[in-house]
Write a protein that binds this ligand. Structure first.
Ligand code: APR
Length: 249
């Protein structure tokens, strides 16, 4: 997609909605980190195209082969640290500065929103900054290469697992409640870089608020494209900075 395509994308209605918004909610997915070189899950080259979800991102898979699971998460943790936030991440941090009541809920565990300066980030699916014990709940910071495979067994008899929400597991209750409330009170909702197929996170985009102006930024059609007020077919790192520039003109 070249710059010409982006110019054809009409950001007017979204900028107007943001300008008039007292409260804004944003939901991001792996697509916003694609331009930082991190793979998405379902697109071309996506992680679920080349890995088996149930083996790697489930409590059963971890119980069956914790070393395989940590090998995979250690590779992802290393990739996250090598990656840099991109213009899309920085633009959302600028949006937080511009809007009094702004909440960003991310499905990503790469910490790139925090590294770009976003402060109020709800990590719906956890993070890859630390491990936690399955038995006593003890936390252990991950270093640049993750967790040494020789240190999975915890002294209490439990096992150190990634602090990630796996398929079939509940999202952190307090985080979810805050995200629901933010989505419900928003005047404008921005959905960036998610296929919107994984629940409950995807529900935040359109199920908690029937008055907000909802826009999605995604080069592809998604599961919620028919329900949003404006679907901007563009890449986040290209379009989000333009939206902030227009908003702050
Ligand atoms: N800018 C914006 N969107 C992009 C870009 C980009 N540069 N590149 C790709 N996308 C879009 C794709 O078109 C796709 O719709 O990002 C989306 C990525 O979708 P998925 O791969 O399904 O990732 P995501 O929606 O984040 O998955 C949600 O599923 O596997 C679980 O827990 C995992 O948090 C993840 C959840």
């Amino acid at each position: 997609m070249g710059a010409a395509d982006v110019i054809a994308v009409d950001t007017g209605p979204l900028v107007a909605a943001l300008r008039g918004a007292r409260s804004v909610f944003a939901l991001s997915g792996s697509g916003i980190s694609a331009e930082s070189g991190l793979p998405t899950f379902r697109g071309v080259g996506g992680l679920w195209r080349t890995h088996r979800v149930e083996e790697l991102a489930s409590p059963e898979g971890f119980a069956r082969d914790p070393r395989l699971v940590w090998t995979w998460y250690n590779e992802r943790a290393s990739a996250h640290r090598r990656a840099e936030p991109n213009a899309g991440h920085y633009a959302l941090a600028r949006l937080e500065e511009a809007i009094g009541d702004f909440t960003l809920a991310t499905q990503n565990v790469d910490s790139l929103h925090r590294r770009a300066g976003s402060r109020n980030v709800l990590e719906l699916h956890g993070d890859l900054r630390e491990a936690r014990c399955t038995q006593c709940g003890a936390r252990r910071a991950l270093d640049a290469t993750g967790l040494p495979l020789t240190e999975i067994e915890h002294a209490c008899g439990g096992r150190l697992r990634p602090n990630i929400v796996w398929f079939g597991e509940p999202l952190p209750a307090a985080v979810w409640r805050e995200a629901e409330a933010a989505a419900a009170r928003a005047d404008a909702i921005l959905v960036v870089g998610t296929s919107a197929v994984v629940y409950p996170a995807a529900a935040l985009a359109t199920r908690y608020n029937d008055r907000a102006f909802v826009a999605e930024i995604n080069p592809e059609e998604t599961a919620i494209s028919v329900r949003v007020d404006c679907a901007l077919r563009a890449r986040a790192a290209e379009l989000l900075p333009r939206i902030l520039d227009k908003l702050q003109r």
